[in-house]
Structures are given as C-alpha cells and as structure tokens.
Design a protein around this ligand. Structure first.
Ligand code: ADP
Length: 931
C-alpha cells in the first residue's frame, strides 16, 4: 500500500509540475490532500486514452480497486455510460481554444449501478504550450439527482391525483387569489385554468357568498386550523346545491402561512336525503310519543277502576262474609292484582321502548333499600317455606349515588321470579363490591335460587319480551314474559348488563354490575356504637342464613358463634357460661318448623330451656321470625326476648335490636346489683302531691314496681287518708294547698297512738337546702328526697325504709316480712317483658290452677307415683319461678329431685311448699287486684 501511495504521489507531483504549478513548501502535502477528498480527481493523457493519475475517491465512484486502472489505462473511459462517453470524447477533442469545460456524465459500476458526476476538465500544457494532458475534478451528484427524480415523480403523482380527483381542489395566496385549480375546478366554474388563476372569490361568487369565503379563509390563516363546513349555494336559476368544503393553511418551509388550500364537492343528494330522514324521524317520534301518551292514558283509565275493584274487594274480605264468598273475593282481588301488575309492566316496557324512561340519581343506603325490597317479598318466600337471604358486602359504602327506585324494580322482578320458580330451598341476594376505582365503585348484584332452572337453549331468549320457557297450554306458572325484558333494559339504562347462568333442576343465577360514582354524602349516619367483642350466638336452620347474619355481625366486630338447633345452642351457651364468657345476645329463628325433635330451631324453646338451666347465664334474645309465621308477633314477648325481627333482617333493624339488647344487658346487671332492694313489695303507698304531672310521674314509677298507690292533692286529705286506711308508706310533697306537707306530717304523727308502729313518711320537695331537710325530719318525716329524683333512688329509699320498719316490727302490714316466702317482682316482670297486665293475667291463671296442682302433687305422693310426683313438682317449680316466687320454686325443685329418704323428704317439702303458698297467696291476690 505504502509503495502504491508513493507511486500515486509521484504521479501527482509530476502532473502538478506538468501543470506548471511551482513547488512550494506545501507542495509535498498536496498528494495526501488529494487522497482525502471525496471528489474524483484524475488526469489523462492528451489523447484521452490513458489515465495518468486517479485519487482514492475513484474506488468508491467507479466501484473498482485502483489496481484495475493501473492495468487498464482506458478503464476510466470504458466505465463511462455509453451515451455520455461519446459526448465526453467529443468535448475533449474539440477543446482546442478553451482551457476548460464542464460536463455531466454517468459512470457504470461493475454491478450496473450508475453514479452521476458533475465534472470540470482542464487542458494541461507544458511550458512550450503543447498539450500534454487533461486534468479533471468530478463531484458525485448521484444522491442529488435521485432526490430530484423522486421529487419529480411525487409531483407527477400529486398532479395526476389532483387532476383525476372527482372533487374540486384549489389553492389561494394570502390575498385570496387563486394560484392553483384542478381540472374538476375548471369544469365546475366553466373556465380554463389560465382564466381562473389570479381570480378572487368576488370574481366568481355573489358578494354575500364571497364575503363568507373570505371570512373562512381569514380564520384558517389566523388559527392555522382546518375548516369544515357544508355550504348552501343558491344558483341563478333559483335552484340550489349543497357543498361540503374542507380548507387548511399552506405553510412555507420557513413556517409562514402563505395561503390556503381547499377542496369542495357537491353533497346535494346526501343533504336532501338527510333532511327528509330527519323529517321522517320527527314524524316517527311524534307518533311514538302519541303512542306513549295513549298508553299512559289508557293505563290510567284502566288502573283507576281496577284500584276501586281491588280496594272494595279488600273491604268486603274484611266484612262478615262466609268462607265461600271469602274465597271468591280473594280470587277477584288476586286477579285484579295480576291485571294491575300486567298494566304496569306494559306501561314500563312501552316507556323504555319509546326512550321516555329516564334514570334518576339520588343518594341512597344500599343496605336499607335492598333490605326494604326483600322485606316486601318476604311473605311470598316464607309462604312457600323458602328462606330469603340477603348478603351485603360490609365493604360497600353506607350511601351510594344512583336510581334506587329502578334498582328496586329490577330486584323485585328477579327475586319475584326466583320465588315463583323455586319449590324448596332458598333465594339469596348478594351485593358485592367488586372493584373500587378512583372515580367509581362497581357493585355486583346477584340473585340466585335453588329452583327449577332454565334450559340452556332458552337462556339467551329469556331477556326478549314475551318469552317464557314453558309455553305449553298446561303451563304451571303465570306471567307475561315481560318482567325480564323490562329488568334487562332497566339495567342497561343504568349502565350495566343483566346476565344469567342456570342449570336445569338446580337453580338460576341472575347478575349484573353497576357503576356508582364515588362521592361524599353529608347525610351519612353517625358511627355505630361499639359492639366489638360482644359474644353473640346465632341459631338458624340454613347455613346460608347463619353465614349471612354472621357476616353482618362480624362487620361490627362482634364475637359470633353459629348453631343450627336448640341442643347445639344449649351446649355452646353452657360452655361459654362455664368459661366465664357468657353469651350476651342470642339471635334465634322462631316459628313453626318441620325439623325432627333433636333439630328443632326455635327461639321460644331455646329461651325456655336456658331459663330452666341453672348452669347458663341467661342472655337476651332477638327472635328472628318469618313473614308468614307472624305467630311470633301475635304472642306477647317472652321474658328475655328483647325483640323480634322479620326475616330477612335489615341491617339497621338488627343494629338497633342489638344496641337495645346490649343496653338491656347492662341494665340487668345494674338491676341485679340492687336485687335485694328491688325484691321488696308491693306496698300500699299514699302519695300526697298537688301537681298533676308529678302525680303521674310518681304513680308511673311506683306502679311499674307493683306498688298500689293512693293519691291525694293536699295535706289535709293525706291526714284523713292515713287515719282511715293502713299504708306501708307515705310520700309527702312539702308545698301543697290547704295544708302543707310539714303540717300534715305533724298531725299524722300526733294521731298515731304511742307504742304503735309508725307509718314511714318520705318528704318530696324541690327545696334542696340542708335546712329544709332538717325541717322535714323535725316535723316527723323519716327521710327526704329532693326533686327531681331518679326512679331507682325513690324505689331504693322506699324499700330501705319499709324493710327497716318491718324488721323492727317483725312484720309489715302488707309486705310478707318472711324472706323465704318473698316474691321477686323483678323476676316476675321480666317474665312478661314488663307487661303489668299480662303478669296479672298469669297470676290469675296460677291462682286458679294452684289448688289442683298441689292436690295432684299430694295425691301422687300418697300413691308414691314418682313419675307423677316429678311431673307435678316440675310444673309447680316452673310456674312459681316465672312468677318470681323463687324460694317456693326451689322447694318444688327439691320435691322433683329429692335427696335421702324419698317419701319422708317429699312429704316434708310438700308441707313446706303449702306453707309458702299460703304466705304468697295474699300478696299475689293483692297484686292481681291492684290498678
Ligand atoms: P314472567 O312474567 O313469565 O315471569 P319474565 O320475563 O320475568 O316473565 O321471565 C321469563 C321467563 O324466564 C319465565 O317465564 C321463566 O320461564 C323464565 N325464568 C325467569 N326467572 C327464572 C328463574 N329464577 N328460574 C327459572 N326460570 C326463570
């Protein structure tokens, strides 16, 4: 390579020298510089046939190594394109007078590639003026030539395209003068291109249209945005056309907007079609509106008399008609009801079809609304002995924004169908939070049943209107086939899709998802009381029901235990009592059951069994009743059953019931602490009080605890009453008309014979100073209560005073005084849930039955009939216990389960029991006859 370079360098030097370029200090570098340039530099002999020098660029431009030129001196010429070669040779030959010329030619590389060169040739003479060579510098302009070709080509394509387009294309300069129009444009205006170029809109259109076009053009130039419009063009012959136009700015390479370009085409036919379509639509909508109005009117007209038919039938059903008439009337009512449902369905459907049904948006509580909806369907489900269960995901927010009314309509339909098509088992509604996005919460509603199911081939069609699976003439289920069509359209209107999955004979699932926007509603109810860790027992027949209740209670962080029958409940409760973690609340199903004896699941039975069991700390009960088994509602609440809830339970009701129970449990605990005080009475009390409100209050409190009250409204009457009757206690207001309390007490005390028991007197006054108290005590009162007083304080004071007095005197005038035979009124009231009248009734029943019960027992003892002894003792024990006669009940228990020598024991206990009963009777009778 090095020697090659030297060879070429020498040659270059020679050439330079030959060209008369004198050697200078930089001359030595010239050969190297020539090797570096990209342009082709070469010299050839004066006859042009032999190459004398070629620089390195030749290798790229000729596509050959330099060696080839050394061997083939005329290769430089042979490689020039045939057509160009002749011209070049001619120029070289005819250069004569000139010293140089410029020429373009092509070189053909060995692979056929063409390179375009732009060359300058010089004549090189020696010092004698004789030509000795040609020198040449050639620039490779292949890329430029290619670009020019491409540009030409695209121009040609653009032109042919624009010219062949069936639409009008034009370009204007900034002044609005046409600078280009295509053939179509020329035809449209009926002028040649030459005529049109340079014209403005004012030369071609009427002034109004021209002004609009100029405005549009100006807008495009100013904004740089594309413009689109459909324009109305009136013509001279009074006809018109519609033209659709698109305009955009033309921008120079420097980014300046130099004009606009546009295209327009005739859309008259399309526009006319659209206009007539619009008219047809308006007519159709008006017709549809007329149809809807008609339907609304007709339905109103039908509904009004139908309502009267149903209403009056209802009235008749309630009147005295015989059972056949009753049946006929019920048929009329049911048929009327079906007709009403049908009319409502048809109206809804037609509203949806005509697009007049709109979806509202309001804040609502999903739990409440779904709960209410299911409640309205519960009796249908329960009449068919189906469980209706509702599970609502605790993660769902309290309030959501949507159309509660339409949601209810959909659920009523789906749940109604599920009940209709299910023979046994359950219908379950689940509402689940499936996704929580930043802007929406997606809730999934699922209604599933264990019913007859739907055949696969019918699954897609059931959402069509008037479709029913069973279309036979013998079909079992009524209906119109409109319900699902309405439900699916409503779900669609709310933004969801109603879907179904079903297996014949195994049940169906209908489900849909709805988006609810996330938001904060100010009306969110206040936080729940803290129920965490309260032990609660759930007793329900179906596992699904247990699970549903458990989910709700767990979401309140309660400690839950689930059982399916009374036996399990007793076992579990005993265990918990034993572990000193007594169950506080029991949620138990009640009502008739078809289960076998050991699987009975009934709240009343459970409550009864727990009361009987000394090992169980008795909890509070919430009875879960079915809508059809309202028997639970007709009966008075049993003791310890705090309330009854209809199934499926609503969250809010359950929450309230539990809170009520927890309060009762707390109250009970407080009451138990005071049992000793509250177990006393009932007493005969004289109340001297002139204020009617205070009278009522005191009477209310006192009678609640079983006391008998005599009311007088002044001191004088009080003195007279105490003189005429015996009272266990006097409650004396201090300030009274006619005679005040202080004076009255003085007279009462002075009337009492010495040595005789004094009636306890408690002063009641709003005077709260110590000196007032002193005044009362000095007058002869025993104690003092300042108003306003608490009920429990009053009761405690009364019991304290009367009990102290009875201990002093061995007995009280009407209180029993004998601790063993005392009645625990607190317990008795618990039995009847605080209902005084009911307690009186129970006592009446007991007093009537008491004698024959004891006689049965005595007879059984005489006959040594142990089974009968046990039975009679057991019933006496239960009855006495319920009426608060605790000591007597314990004696009966001893007879039921005697220890030691049976006969002797039982006989002794029986005598003891009779004694007790004798002592208790007076008090029971007094209570029964009290007001
Ligand atoms: P219908 O008034 O007849 O109940 P729907 O549109 O509500 O009208 O229901 C259409 C049909 O779909 C019903 O007749 C019944 O054949 C079927 N179907 C709907 N829900 C259920 C379901 N839960 N179980 C079984 N079949 C169902």
């Amino acid at each position: 390579m090095g020697s090659e370079r030297t060879t070429h360098g020498d040659a270059a030097n020679r050439n330079l020298a030959a060209a008369g370029i004198s050697a200078d200090p930089f001359a030595d570098h010239v050969p190297q510089l020539l090797e570096l340039v990209n342009d082709l530099v070469f010299s050839v002999s004066a006859d042009s046939l032999q190459v004398l020098y070629l620089n390195k660029a030749a290798e790229t431009i000729y596509g050959r190594p330099l060696e080839e030129f050394r061997d083939q001196k005329d290769l430089w010429l042979d490689s020039i394109h045939e057509l160009d070669r002749k011209n070049l040779l001619h120029q070289l030959k005819t250069i004569d007078g000139k010293t140089k010329f410029e020429l373009g030619f092509r070189i053909v590389q060995p692979d056929g590639t063409h390179r375009h060169l732009e060359a300058t040739f010089w004549k090189v003479d020696n010092e004698n003026g004789r030509q000795i060579a040609f020198a040449c510098i050639a620039k490779d302009i292949t890329n430029r030539i290619r670009r020019e070709h491409e540009l030409e080509e695209s121009k040609a394509i653009y032109h042919s395209l624009v010219e062949s387009l069936p639409i009008n294309v034009f370009r204007k300069d900034r002044e609005g003068r046409l600078v280009f129009v295509n053939n179509k444009c020329c035809k449209t205006f009926g002028q040649s291109r030459e005529q049109l170029i340079g014209k403005s809109d004012h030369d071609l259109f009427d002034p109004e249209l021209a002004a609009k076009y100029q405005r549009d053009d100006k807008w495009v130039l100013q904004t740089g945005l594309p413009f689109h419009d459909i324009e109305f063009h009136p013509k001279e012959d009074d006809s018109y056309i519609y033209v659709e136009v698109l305009k955009s700015p033309v921008t120079s390479s420097s980014g300046r907007r130099i004009g606009i370009q546009g295209m327009f085409w005739d859309v008259t036919d399309r526009k006319k079609a659209e206009i007539s379509l619009e008219k047809a639509k308006d007519i159709a909508e008006a017709a549809s509106q007329a149809k809807s109005d008609f339907l609304a009117n007709v339905s109103h007209e039908i509904r009004t008399p139908l309502n009267a038919v149903i209403g009056i039938t209802d009235l008749l059903i309630g009147s005295s008609v015989d059972s056949t008439q009753q049946d006929y009337l019920e048929m009329i009512r049911d048929s009327g009801q079906s007709l009403l449902t049908l009319i409502n369905d048809i109206l809804d459907f037609s509203k949806i079809e005509s697009g007049t049904l709109s979806i509202d948006s309001e804040w609502f509580d999903v739990r409440e609304r779904v709960g209410d909806t299911l409640r309205s369907l519960a009796h249908k489900a329960h009449d068919r002995n189906l469980d209706l269960i509702c599970n609502i995901d605790p993660a769902i927010p309290v309030q959501v924004l949507g159309d509660a009314q339409r949601l209810r309509q959909v659920l009523v339909n789906l749940v109604g169908n599920s009940i209709k098509f299910t023979e046994r088992g359950e219908v379950c509604v689940d509402v689940e939070l499936v996704r929580k996005k930043t802007e929406v919460e997606v809730l999934k509603f699922l209604v599933q049943d264990t019913g007859i199911g739907i055949p696969k081939e019918k699954l897609t069609a059931i959402f069509d209107e008037f479709v029913q699976v069973d279309t036979s003439s013998t079909r079992q289920f009524g209906g119109t086939g409109l319900g699902l069509a309405i439900a699916s359209r409503l779900v669609k209107l709310m933004g969801g899709k109603l879907e179904v999955a079903s297996q014949l004979g195994r049940g169906s699932q209908f489900f849909f998802e709805l988006d609810f926007p996330v938001g904060t509603n100010p009306a969110i109810p206040s936080a729940l009381e803290d129920l965490s860790d309260i032990p609660v027992l759930i007793m329900a027949r179906s596992p699904a029901n247990r699970e549903s209740l458990e989910t709700i209670l767990k979401s309140w962080r309660m400690k839950t235990f689930c059982v399916g029958n009374v036996e399990q409940a007793i076992k579990l409760t005993k265990g918990m009592s034993f572990a000193n973690q007594p169950i506080q609340i029991v949620l138990a199903e009640s009502g008739p059951t078809d289960s076998s004896a050991d699987e009975v699941c009934d709240c009343s039975l459970l409550s009864y069994r727990m009361r009987q069991d000394p090992e169980i700390v008795e909890p509070r009960f919430i009875a879960l009743v079915r809508a059809s088994s309202r028997d639970g509602f007709d009966l008075p609440l049993q003791a310890s059953v705090a309330c009854r809830l209809l199934q499926p339970v609503k969250h809010s009701e359950l929450r309230d019931a539990i809170i009520q129970c927890t309060k009762l449990v707390a109250e009970l605990a407080a009451v138990k602490q005071q049992t000793a005080v509250r177990a006393l009475g009932p007493y005969r009390i004289l109340l001297a009080e002139d204020n009617p409100v205070n009278q009522k209050l005191a009477v209310g409190i006192l009678s609640k605890y079983g006391h008998q009250i005599e009311v007088v409204d002044n001191g004088l009457k009080a003195v007279a009453a105490v003189a005429a009757q015996t009272f266990d206690l006097v409650l004396m207001d201090v300030q009274m008309p006619v005679m005040d309390g202080i004076e009255a007490v003085k007279q009462i005390r002075s009337n009492e014979p010495p040595g005789c028991s004094k009636v306890p007197i408690i002063a009641m006054t709003a005077h709260a100073l110590a000196s007032d108290r002193q005044r009362c005590l000095e007058a002869g009162m025993d104690d003092y209560l300042s108003k306003p007083f608490k009920a429990l304080d009053l009761i405690a004071k009364i019991n304290q005073l009367v009990a102290a007095r009875s201990t002093e005197h061995g007995n009280s005038s009407s209180g029993t005084g004998n601790n063993r035979a005392r009645i625990d009124w607190n317990r008795a009231f618990e039995t009847v849930g605080g209902d005084r009248n009911l307690l009186k009734e129970l006592i009446g029943v007991f007093l009537n039955e008491r004698e024959s019960m004891v006689n049965d027992l005595i007879k059984a003892i005489q006959n040594k009939d142990w089974a009968e002894i046990r039975r009679s003792a057991h019933s006496l024990k239960g009855a006495l216990n319920h009426l608060g006669c605790v000591a007597a009940s314990r004696i009966a228990e001893k007879i039921e389960f005697p220890a030691g020598d049976m006969t002797d024991q039982v006989t002794l206990h029986c005598e003891d029991l009779q004694n007790h009963l004798g002592q208790l009777t007076g008090e029971l009778v007094r209570f029964k006859n009290s007001q």
